[in-house]
Design a protein around this ligand. Structure first.
Ligand code: G4P
Length: 191
């Protein structure tokens, strides 16, 4: 998506060879106009897939997901990151390890909001190793629902997430694919 790539080049910062800072328009401050256009773009790309729910992971996935769900006229379900196991009938959890942040958490779904008839589009801000997306897929499929695709704002294509998801048969749509972040330069993979 050209608008997102241009914004990354203008306001993003390659913190080191592995981390891209996008605080001013995605993580700490959100640009709603950009998020609205991202939502419309995902809605167009997945228009023929019969999506019934958008699912995201708190917190930075929420803004683009709200606009995606609005553009598709479906509800948004938010997966929470819990530090502990919750023993309740309506809760489903799976452990996710974050390589980038060196943390582990229980990705948590309120089962009331996903059922076996749902066709789910997962949206998240970053794709690194794909651990969060795969955790989301485990929770959604455990409900008997189908994951029709994974929409990502920024994919770090030098990490393994895209391959891991595609190898398992999932459609991945990344709006900006970063090839390289070394020496402070941001280089994209061509579409
Ligand atoms: P993975 O799911 O693809 O394996 O990714 P990983 O666990 O490594 O990433 C964990 C967190 O780090 C996620 O945020 C993700 O958005 C963020 N992240 C990964 N790479 C980058 C990067 O290059 N730049 C920035 N800005 N963030 C990155 P999170 O813990 O879910 O936080 P948030 O959604 O609450 O912001």
């Amino acid at each position: 998506m050209r608008e997102l790539k241009e914004r990354i080049l203008k306001d993003g910062q390659a913190l080191n060879e592995a981390v891209l800072k996008v605080d001013s328009f995605i993580n700490h401050q959100v640009d709603p106009n950009l998020m609205e256009n991202i939502g419309k773009t995902f809605a167009d790309k997945f228009a023929d897939d019969g999506v019934t729910k958008v699912v995201t992971i708190e917190s930075s996935g929420i803004a683009p997901s709200v606009f995606t769900a609005k553009a598709m006229n479906v509800k948004l379900v938010i997966l929470k990151k819990s530090t502990s196991k919750i023993l309740e009938d309506n809760i489903s959890q799976t452990e996710v390890a974050s390589y980038t942040k060196g943390t582990e958490y229980q990705l948590t779904l309120n089962k009331k909001y996903i059922n076996r008839n749902d066709r789910v589009l997962i949206i998240d801000d970053f794709l690194a190793r794909g651990e969060a997306a795969q955790g989301a897929i485990r929770l959604i499929e455990a409900q008997g629902a189908e994951v029709v695709g994974v929409g990502i704002l920024i994919e770090k294509a030098f990490q393994s997430g895209n391959k891991a998801l595609r190898d398992k048969g999932y459609t991945v749509c990344s709006l900006a694919r970063i090839k390289n972040l070394s020496d402070g330069h941001i280089e994209f993979l061509e579409d």
